[in-house]
Design a protein around this ligand. Structure first.
Ligand code: MG
Length: 168
């Protein structure tokens, strides 16, 4: 049966940090603050995957007070989420992400992000959508205080059915 999941995340900019998005380090004067590498789009994607499985969220799976995840490479965490998918006999079919950033310019890195995320998920690049937008100067994104990201995921949960949800 098909399941959908949605994820959302925000990280603020800070000095002395890297700006990692979709597993790609994007050159910028500021980086994203967080316990892990603060890869906001990969975090949104992981939450969307966990949403399809009704398996909680990344805060439960990778607690931000656990030293094991300090500075963690979010692509490694993503591959661990995919282990959860496989352990349930499920399969991610497709995903699509949107990043809202006033800066830096992300278009030059979009294809690389798709490749990195697809690689971490074991999917063809064609199964990973990636879009970037500004917010026309509005809100915290527009003031360049941070970056927001959203993701949706379509997953086959491996259970036979007619497409209607049945409780998991
Ligand atoms: Mg996060």
């Amino acid at each position: 049966m098909l399941r959908i999941g949605h994820g959302f995340d925000v990280h603020r900019f800070a000095e002395g940090r890297r700006c990692v998005l979709g597993g790609v380090e994007v050159p910028y004067e500021l980086g994203l603050l967080g316990h892990s590498d603060a890869d906001v789009v990969t975090h949104a994607l992981m939450d969307a995957i966990l949403g399809t499985l009704r398996a909680g969220d990344i805060g439960q799976l990778f607690p931000d007070d656990d030293p094991a995840f300090e500075g963690a490479d979010s692509l490694v965490l993503l591959s661990r989420v995919m282990d959860v998918v496989r352990s349930r006999g499920a399969r991610v079919l497709d995903c699509d992400c949107t990043i809202a950033a006033q800066a830096p310019k992300l278009a030059p890195y979009r294809e690389q992000m798709r490749e990195r995320l697809a690689g971490a998920m074991g999917l063809p690049v064609g199964s990973v959508g990636m879009k970037a937008t500004t917010t026309e100067g509005l809100g915290f994104v527009g003031r360049k205080e941070g970056i927001a990201a959203w993701a949706v995921v379509l997953l086959d949960d491996g259970a036979p059915g007619d497409g209607r949800c049945s409780g998991r």
